[in-house]
Design a protein around this ligand. Structure first.
Ligand code: SF4
Ligand code: FES
Length: 303
């Protein structure tokens, strides 16, 4: 099975073959534009037949509130069942419907057709290989994410495995990382990044922002484990601060800012906060209250 290169997904490079949509009365190039309809140019790629992307054009009747994802479903249900794209939640939560829509990486389910004009071009995300049609291969994004150890790392392993209490934080400590915790792993920032476009080995904005998310978390003690992945040729210093990632993010995450904070942390030799406290198991509960009175017991179950 061959795959189209991600960089070939940009419309101007992908528009190598113009093709009629399958024979339905309303579909296809040259069909008079119906009132309340939009022209959808969709990049197509079949790994078993094609060596490069080509465009296919559909005329789609619009309804109020229609998103680009709705328009793609309309094509799939009424004109061309072979069209492949990825989606799940349809509400900007799962991050699976990232596409290159009118020249920008966007979530198809969060993009209103009415805001895009009479012709809408939809291609797979740049900087990703294409599995089929609008389905990008997100494997490199997920591998880079995994490489920065995107989870709390603590020295009290027993407490991590079988927690006896909460790992408490103040609101200020939570504020230090909260915006980065909204990441959907949609990879739009990776698609927008000019550095990833020139070096696919660059860790990229998604992974680096998540490295900062955990580094800034007062419950984490994993800096020494993450540093070898971050302080490398393809790590934090390869970011040129273009800022395209932050502009593309549909959740208001600012990966470019997170990467600069991460650079500062590397230069300073670690996070400038107290190390995460090591917690032992809680003592067994007392049958007395702190002022010496007997603690009320829950009544025995009735069933
Ligand atoms: S930082 Fe934003 S654009 Fe990048 S993967 Fe997370 S949610 Fe998507
Ligand atoms: S379908 Fe889940 S974010 Fe679009």
């Amino acid at each position: 099975m061959s795959r189209a290169s991600g960089s070939a997904a940009a419309p101007e490079r992908a528009a190598t073959v113009e093709q009629e949509a399958p024979s339905t009365p309303a579909a296809g190039k040259g069909t008079p534009k119906a009132a309340g309809s939009v022209t959808l140019r969709v990049a197509r790629f079949d790994p078993y037949r094609d060596t490069e992307l080509h465009w296919q054009t559909y005329q789609v009747p619009t309804v109020p509130g229609m998103t680009v994802l709705d328009a793609l479903f309309s094509v799939k249900e009424h004109q061309d069942g072979s069209l492949a794209f990825r989606s799940s939640c349809r509400m900007g939560v799962c991050g699976s419907c990232g596409m290159f829509i009118n020249g920008k990486p966007r979530l198809a389910c969060q993009t209103q057709v009415v805001e895009l004009g009479d012709t809408i071009e939809v291609a797979p995300l740049p900087n990703h290989d294409v599995i089929r049609d609008l389905v990008p291969d997100l494997t490199p994004t997920f591998e880079k994410h995994r490489a920065v150890k995107p989870y709390l790392i603590r020295q009290d392993g027993a407490e991590m495995e079988a927690p006896t209490r909460e790992f408490r934080q103040t609101p200020e400590e939570m504020e230090a990382y909260l915006q980065f915790a909204y990441c959907l792993k949609c990879s739009l920032c990776v698609a927008a990044c000019p550095t990833v476009a020139t070096d696919p080995h660059f860790l990229g904005p998604q992974a680096l922002a998540q490295a900062y998310r955990y580094t800034a978390d007062s419950r984490d003690g994993g800096w020494a484990e993450r540093l070898p992945v971050l302080d490398t040729t393809h790590g934090v210093y390869e970011c040129h601060l273009a800022g395209a990632c932050s502009e593309a993010c549909p959740k208001g995450v600012d990966p470019a800012f997170g990467i600069q904070l991460l650079k500062r942390t590397v230069v300073r030799g670690g996070p400038d906060r107290a190390p995460a406290p090591v917690m032992g198991p809680l003592p067994p509960p007392s049958d007395k209250t702190p002022d010496g009175k007997p603690r009320l017991q829950a009544p025995p179950p009735t069933v």
